[in-house]
Design a protein. Structure first.
Length: 180
């Protein structure tokens, strides 16, 4: 059974991003500009707040870029909604910190932190994929202070959602989604 070249390209393009939706350039630029502006504002505010509280080394949540992709590029996704972003990230930070306290071997603490944070997000109905990374970051960074879950994680998440809501609504995208 011989297939044409066109058939093979179409069939296997799935594995090379062929399943991704086509997005027009105006929407791409809107998303990229929004992520840039939103992250710049969030990080500036968080750095300022960190300096005010003399914890300038903990003003940044590293997975914020992944959260920004969801909030600015996929604002209609259930995983980009405020509850998912804020609760998912904060819960996962708490889980990661707890694992850092109680589980010594990193090869056990890392997957335990990520998997327990996923379980918690399922229970609280706040699935947010970057949040599993927040749990792992807490373990990798040996974060032992629970305040990390509130600053920077909670504050950065709230600031990102607010920036996303303002930007999206100014540029014609509804965010957050409203129940129908």
């Amino acid at each position: 059974m011989k297939h044409s070249f066109k058939y093979l390209v179409k069939h296997y393009s799935f594995y090379l991003g062929g399943d991704q939706p086509l997005v027009n350039w105006l929407e791409r630029l809107r998303s990229v500009l929004g992520a840039f502006i939103g992250l710049a504002l969030v990080l500036t505010a968080a750095k300022f707040l960190g300096e005010l509280n003399a914890i300038a080394d903990e003003w940044l949540m590293a997975s914020l870029g992944a959260s920004a992709l969801l909030v600015f590029a996929l604002p209609g996704s259930p995983m980009a909604q405020p509850w998912a972003v804020i609760a998912g990230n904060t819960l996962s930070a708490l889980v990661g910190i707890t694992c850092a306290h109680w589980v010594s071997p990193p090869l056990l603490a890392l997957p335990l932190a990520a998997s327990l944070s996923i379980l918690g997000m399922f229970i609280l109905r706040c699935l947010h994929p970057p949040a599993a990374a927040v749990a792992m970051i807490a373990v990798l960074g040996h974060v032992l202070h629970y305040r990390y879950a509130f600053f920077p994680v909670l504050i950065d998440s709230v600031l990102l959602v607010v920036a996303g809501a303002i930007y999206s609504n100014l540029t014609g995208k509804a965010y957050p989604n409203r129940p129908k």
